[in-house]
Structure formats: C-alpha cells, structure tokens
Design a protein around this ligand. Structure first.
Ligand code: BES
Ligand code: MN
Ligand code: MN
Length: 463
C-alpha cells in the first residue's frame, strides 16, 4: 500500500492533466449531435484503462452509446470488484450562466474548495469520479500491490436512463461476474464530514401534453371563450400537491416504506445547517411535505417536480396568442417500496382525470428505475467505512441520497451482488447545473481511498 500511495503522490499532476483532457470531450448523451464525441470519450476511457494495465479492454457497441468494459484477473481465487461509472454528461445549458466554457476545464478556488476545484461539465458527475478508479487501479497495478481482480463497466447512457445497459448486463452475466459493485457517483456530506451513500431514490420520468384548439389563436379574438392549454396545464400541475406539500395522486403513498423512528433520528443527527443550505441556494424559505425535515424530504420521502414547461410564445417581446398546446416534463423520485411503472400508471390516470373536457391530454413515459437501499452491516460497507476512516481521519456516516442511479437495483437483481456507493462529490458541486465543479481535494482523496478499500475488502472477504 505504501508504494501505491507514493505512486499517487508522484503522479498527481499527470492524473489531473489526463482528467482535464477527458473533460474536454463533450460527451452529451442526450443530444444526437454529440454522438461522435460520446464515442470519442468511450475510446479515451478505454485507452486509459489499457495504459493503466487492465488486461482485457473493449468498447462494446450497443443500440445506443457504447459501454466500456475492462477486466483484470490477478488470480481467479481472489475476489472480484466491478467498478461502475458513466462517461456521458448532462447537456450544459443554459450556456450563458457558465463563468467559463463547460468543456474547457479551469481550476478555481471556492469557499468549499480552498485548494481549488475543476470547473467543467462532467467534472464531478461522473468523469472525475470514474477517473479516480482508473488512476487508483493504475497506482495499485504499477506498484505491484493490486489485492484483487477488478472489472470495469463504464457506460455512456446513464444521464438518459441507461436504456441499453440492462440488456448488456443480462447478455454478459458471465463476463460481469463479480463479488460486489463499487460506484463513485454520489456525494459526501462535507470534506470534513465523510459519508457513504446507503440509499438512492427511484425515478419515474414522463412528459405531458395538453392540447386545446387545433391551432394557435388570436388571444383577443378568442381569449375568454376557449380554454387556454397553458392556463389549464398550470392548474393541473398545481393540483398535483396539496397544502401540506403531499402528492395528491390517489394511492401514491400506499407502498412508501415507513422508516423507523430510530433511523429517522440517526438521519437527523447528521450535521446539516439549514441556514447555510438556504443561503447557498438564495432562498428565504424551504418547502416540502409537512412533518418531515429537509434531510428526510430529500431521502426517505418521494417527490414530484416539473423539470421543464413550455407552450405558446417565448421569443423576444410580445405576441398575442392563445396557444394550441402546452407541455411539461415531470419527474417523480421514488422510495422503497414504490414501483416505477405502477407509479406511472397512477400518475397517468390521475392526470387525465384532472383535465377538463375543453382539452385533450397525452401522458408519455420516458424512463424510470427502482430505488435502492444498501445495508450498513455488510462486509462491503465495513470495508468502505474503514477505507474512508484511513484517509479522512474520521469514520464516515451512512446517508441516504435523493438522487437516482436506476441501474443499481438491476445489478442486485441480475448479478446478485451488493453495491457500495462510495462517492466523493459535494452536493454543492453544481452537478447538472452551470459551473459544475469537482474539488481537487475530493479527486485525490478518492484516488487515495479506493486502494484502501480494495485491500480491506479483499482481506475481509478472504477470512
Ligand atoms: N450521479 C447522479 C445521481 C446522484 C447524484 C446520486 C448525487 C446521488 C447524489 C446521476 O448521474 C444522475 O444524475 N442520475 C439521474 C437519473 C438518470 C436516470 C437521469 C438523476 O438522479 O436525475
Ligand atoms: Mn452520475
Ligand atoms: Mn447525473
């Protein structure tokens, strides 16, 4: 382990430069215009794996974006850890809010990152974090201290719902065979308060379309007599929550797991400063379901949010128009034991029932995924806890996260193994937002911690 840590210290600068190069590729999976760049990023990741010394590396085509697979077997009798990550990124817009171009990484100091942070789309989610694994592997391998077999599965469609990953997993069960899955695509509470993610919310993502008259109308000639689909959509959306901040879809909460008081107490004991949370977001008041704290509302309780809404005239100046259509993209975050498809059906039925006869409604599913909860008494968790304690000097706290990585539940189902969510980002790193960044402290802390984890896990597993 000493050689590994020395190797990391010696090659710090190169590791960073290599990451910056990967961040310059605009691998935006949602936008077909960037298909070539997504492929380029896959090939770059594959090259890095090869250069790190991974024995078998392949860029596997799918009907969507490719999956980078790597496998390195030291000894078949040793345990195998499968690292999952994603090299695709969210679209960078709104562009005008970026202080530096999203695909031209720069390093700047911030309050939370006094040692500097890398500003670029994908720096934290997830190129920076997946790259920690590539570099940790390189350091271990080149120092002759790799304690176990390591596989990599780095996909390019996470940000658009991992459409082709499930099929790939089912078709490659043997190749993907492993003892556990390790993912760094989540956050820690604070650089001084390490934590391990023990839960992810599920997701139902859909789109609604409300149609009124068969064409845009003059809002003076027709206004007041014909239902305006934008007005109607606004009313329908407003009706999805009640005054207590609860979602009004009948049956929505039926399957929601009731979390034990003791667990809720432990959750709320975690350091969390609501004032600075509000200040960071420039909001004067928080909002949410009555009877739950902010930490609970973003982890053990479901949520419904409009992600985008459009209709009518949104160009410069004014145009008097009564639009024909209004649309919205809506997501629901799910918790155990809610089912994504069941929730979609409930939503559709309810939403349709909210529509007056003056409009027609179409509800179309996008993607979804199941929630996931990981145990804190498993050998895998204990290894992660020990590893973080070595490098942070403090025992990490378990914390459920509000985000989703839908494929995690599927891994358990198909590959029948446990997952450890050992992420190193901060919630304030602005993932999916303009000016996304990843702390240098966090990047290097990840590279240092992963070898400790692999060692401890291999030890515990061998016993
Ligand atoms: N890495 C995130 C998920 C995440 C972020 C988990 C922070 C925990 C803390 C992931 O890339 C992501 O953005 N997932 C999407 C879902 C996907 C289906 C588009 C999400 O949560 O919106
Ligand atoms: Mn991610
Ligand atoms: Mn993401």
């Amino acid at each position: 382990m000493n050689n590994t840590q020395a190797f990391i210290r010696e090659h710090r600068q190169r590791f960073l430069e290599e990451l910056l190069e990967l961040l310059r590729i605009p691998s935006i999976s949602a936008d077909p215009k960037y298909k070539g760049d997504v492929r380029k990023a896959a090939e770059k990741v594959a090259d890095h794996l090869k250069n790190a010394g991974v024995q078998e590396v392949e860029v596997c085509p799918t009907n969507g974006h490719p999956i980078v697979f790597g496998s390195h077997v030291v000894d078949p009798s040793l345990p195998t850890v499968l690292v999952y990550g994603h090299y695709d990124v969210q679209p960078p817009d709104p562009m005008e809010l970026w202080e530096s171009p999203p695909f031209e990484p720069v390093i700047k100091k911030t309050k939370k990152h006094p040692d500097g942070a890398i500003f670029a789309r994908g720096s934290c989610d997830d190129k920076g974090q997946l790259f920690m694994h590539v570099k940790a592997f390189e350091a271990l391998h080149k120092s002759g201290e790799l304690p176990c077999n390591v596989k990599f599965m780095i996909e390019g469609e996470e940000e658009v719902g991992s459409e082709h990953l499930g099929k790939f997993c089912k078709a490659n069960k043997k190749r993907l065979a492993c003892d556990m899955i390790l993912i760094s695509d989540t956050s820690i509470i604070d650089n001084k308060v390490p934590s391990i993610t023990t839960g992810l919310r599920g997701l139902t993502y859909l789109e609604v379309e409300v149609t009124g008259p068969n064409r845009d109308l003059h809002s003076g000639v027709y206004g007041g007599a014909v239902a305006n689909p934008v007005n109607i959509l606004a009313q329908m959306i407003a009706a999805l929550h009640d005054k207590k901040g609860r979602i009004t879809i009948p049956g929505f909460y039926d399957d929601v797991e009731v979390v034990r008081k003791s667990e809720r107490k432990a959750m709320n004991d975690a350091p969390f400063d609501e004032k600075s949370y509000m200040k960071d977001l420039s909001v004067d008041q928080l909002w949410g379901e009555k009877g739950y704290t902010t930490l609970e509302r973003t982890s053990i309780r479901p949520a419904l949010d409009v992600n985008g809404i459009w209709g009518g005239y949104i160009g410069e100046g004014a145009k008097t128009v009564l639009p024909s259509k209004a649309c919205a993209k809506i997501s629901m975050r799910l918790v155990p034991n809610q089912d994504s498809q069941k929730v979609f059906k409930m939503f559709k039925k309810h939403f349709e029932s909210l529509a007056p006869k003056s409009v027609k409604v179409k509800v179309t599913p996008h993607h979804g995924g199941a929630p996931a909860v990981t145990p804190t008494d498993s050998l895998e968790y204990r290894a992660a806890e020990w590893a973080m304690e070595q490098t942070f000097g403090k025992k990490p706290l378990p914390q459920r996260s509000g985000g989703s990585i839908p494929i995690v539940a599927l891994f358990e189902e198909v590959l029948k193994v446990k997952t450890v969510l050992m992420g190193f980002g901060l919630n304030s790193d602005a993932i999916h937002s303009p000016n996304e960044h990843f702390g240098l402290f966090n990047f290097y802390k990840g590279i240092e911690t992963i070898p400790y984890f692999l060692h401890r896990y291999s030890q515990l597993k061998a016993k």
